[in-house]
Design a protein around this ligand. Structure first.
Ligand code: ATP
Ligand code: MG
Length: 375
């Protein structure tokens, strides 16, 4: 799968833009604040209908204008598909081949799959558990039709259950039968989420260690999936464990007015040779850890969706030493579309077959074109 053409209208600092992309490597270079991150963000929004940066949709619309459009032509198994995301006020219109798609999940599942690496990704390691859950959620939403649906249902049930617990904490009487039904439904969804997350993290661990090694020549990288319920059992036992946990902690949950157990409390830990990178890792080690994680997703995306994702690398070379830069370039010489931004062209001169574009103040000039055969 690759993005053949991108069109922007009033997206952040872009007025009007239309560019053709190469199916392999595309490099966008420019000084700070010219529109490099914005360009990658627009491709992400085209794929997932919202930004990877925790931004309001309205921030994406160019200041002083009220409608923003992102359009793309995607080539997938030799077929061309037109994608369109339009944002105005609080409204979002999604189209595939000019037909409006009402359900966001339907749009996400039929549009492009993207894996993005961007500087703020370090927050996945450094930040709160919420950052890490957000990371898993965004990735799994692209990989499975069902995940986002189940997660949305889980969150709704969680809210209802928490509202009940809050009432109980204020001694307001509640319908106990209904409370039990909600708890049961919540547990059913929780089990599905746990299993999908566990499978995903296991898959990442199958290759991220090797990739980390290829980038740094250090072994022992792995991610631990942390849950507050033991998952080493079959569904029935797991269901029973969750039920018993809720029963046992009922007083505590009522006191706090919140559900304390379940995947909404999940976390991830990143380790290098048994050292937790959150507390022990250098900035560079954290960066490579996230990079290795994201790169290992390429194979997972191919496996789950039968298509290659598009790899977006925002300013990936800064803070990497020359050896790691070279290793990275060698590693991503793969059969997928890669779109890279950089402030320094010398960072990317190892990509001999890339199309090169210069970004200046929301305008893009193609500097070097490369055809499909890399000529
Ligand atoms: N909604 C918007 N309307 C107009 N301009 C915007 C909007 N949102 C962001 N910008 C501007 O877009 C410019 C480019 O931002 P961007 O983050 O893409 O830069 P960059 O090239 O990635 O820079 P850096 O190298 O520092 O990462 C900034 O000056 C920013 O103020
Ligand atoms: Mg940037």
């Amino acid at each position: 799968m690759y993005l053949e053409e991108l069109q922007l209208r009033n997206f952040r600092n872009y007025d009007a833009l239309k560019i053709k992309l190469n199916s392999h490597f595309n490099i966008f270079y420019g000084n700070n604040a010219q529109g490099k991150t914005n360009l990658l963000e627009s491709i992400y929004v085209l794929g997932l209908s919202k930004s990877h940066l925790l931004n309001l949709d309205s921030n994406l619309i160019k200041d002083g204008t009220d409608i923003c459009k992102i359009k793309g032509i995607v080539k997938k198994n030799k077929l061309k598909t037109k994608l369109e995301v339009e944002l105005k006020n609080d409204q979002k219109i999604l189209k595939i081949d000019d037909n409006e798609i009402k359900k966001i999940t339907d749009y996400i599942n039929s549009s492009i799959n993207v894996i993005i690496f961007y500087p703020e990704d370090l927050e996945i390691i450094k930040g709160s558990p919420n950052n890490r859950r957000n990371f898993i959620n965004l990735e799994l939403s692209q990989l499975s039709d069902n995940y986002l649906k189940i997660l949305t249902e889980y969150n709704k049930l969680l809210k209802i259950r928490n509202d009940y617990l809050k009432k109980m904490s204020k001694n307001i009487s509640i319908d106990e039968t209904y409370f039990q039904i909600i708890t049961n439904y919540l547990i059913d969804k929780a089990i599905i989420i746990y299993k999908m997350r566990m499978k995903f993290i296991n898959k990442i661990n199958e290759s991220s260690n090797k990739i980390y090694y290829e980038l740094t020549k250090l072994s022992g990288f792995n991610i631990k999936y942390i849950t507050n319920i033991s998952l080493n059992s079959n569904d029935d036992i797991l269901k029973d464990t969750l039920l018993k946990t809720y029963e046992k902690n009922r007083k505590k949950e009522i006191k706090l007015g919140a559900t304390l157990y379940g995947p909404h409390r999940d976390d991830l830990e990143f380790y290098l040779q048994d050292k937790d990178l959150k507390t022990y890792g250098s900035q560079g080690q954290k960066r490579v850890a996230i990079l290795a994680t994201k790169l290992s997703e390429i194979a997972i995306f191919k496996q789950y969706t039968n298509n290659s994702p598009i790899l977006l690398l925002d300013d990936v070379f800064s803070e990497l030493d020359d050896i790691k830069k070279n290793n990275l370039v060698k590693f991503i010489s793969d059969d997928i579309q890669v779109i890279v931004t950089t402030t320094e062209l010398k960072n990317v001169n190892k990509f001999s077959t890339a199309s090169i574009f210069k970004i200046k103040n929301g305008e893009i000039i193609k500097v070097k074109e490369v055809d499909k055969d890399g000529k």
